[in-house]
Design a protein around this ligand. Structure first.
Ligand code: CA
Length: 230
């Protein structure tokens, strides 16, 4: 099988070289772009498997790049942002990015994010079609609306169940607070992020062995949550 093709969009040549050197060590194929317009053009002509996208680009805002690419493509996009661009990172996820890396990041982090993304791509067909979700000792039987943790059935409230299913259907992808609260409650209610935290805490108590060190649902502080496939 041909190695995955990764489009690296980064205007800082030092960071770009770090990324491409890392990709070479893993035999990934890659292409590079140093601006937003070029990124959109490359994405359209080469149809990469994954896009690594710096948010701070000289010609076009990274979030705009995501919107344009998302108008025709579902290719996973991992955003690379500086800490000062935290709100941009959330806008990027809401615009359709799948994950993010914050600068400075390590080579190991970059490779771990790519593995999560490739795993999600592999599982994508199965995840959307399957009647059952499983990750480690967690199992959701969608057809019967039952959830099992470490072999025991757990009883969830309707909102906890919808929350769990939403995360599971998007396993591997970071979902922002805004996205989750819109999906669960619509945007009609003010205290939704605070409510989300409360429901997440009760959900974790039911499915996690150690709720203070959750293994199924990761917290991304100030951003959102992600279901892990383990
Ligand atoms: Ca930049």
């Amino acid at each position: 099988m041909e190695k995955p093709l990764i489009l690296v969009v980064e205007d800082d040549s030092a960071v770009r070289n770090l990324i491409t050197t890392t990709l070479r060590t893993q035999d990934y194929r890659y292409q590079t772009a140093s601006g937003g317009e070029a990124a959109v053009a490359e994405a359209a002509s080469h149809n990469p498997d994954v896009i690594l996208l710096d948010l701070g680009l000289p010609d076009l805002d990274g979030v705009e790049v995501i919107r344009r690419i998302r108008s025709w493509s579902k290719t996973p996009i991992i955003v690379i942002s500086a800490r000062s661009e935290d709100t941009d990172k959330i806008d990027a996820l809401d615009a359709g990015a799948d994950d993010y890396l914050t600068k400075p990041f390590s080579v190991e982090e970059l490779l771990a994010r790519l593995r999560v993304t490739f795993r999600r791509l592999r599982d994508a067909g199965e995840t959307s079609q399957s009647a059952v979700f499983s990750s480690g000792g967690l199992k959701i039987d969608y057809a019967n609306g039952c959830v099992y943790a470490e072999g025991k059935e757990v009883h969830l409230t309707p909102i906890e169940y919808r929350l769990l299913c939403l995360l599971a259907r998007n396993a591997g992808k970071v979902l922002t607070h805004t996205y989750i609260t819109n999906e669960i409650w619509g945007n009609a209610w003010d205290n939704t992020v605070a409510s989300l935290r409360v429901f997440m805490a009760t959900l974790r108590k039911k499915i996690e062995e150690n709720p203070s060190e959750p293994k199924y649902i990761q917290t991304h502080v100030g951003v959102g949550y992600r279901m892990m496939k383990i």
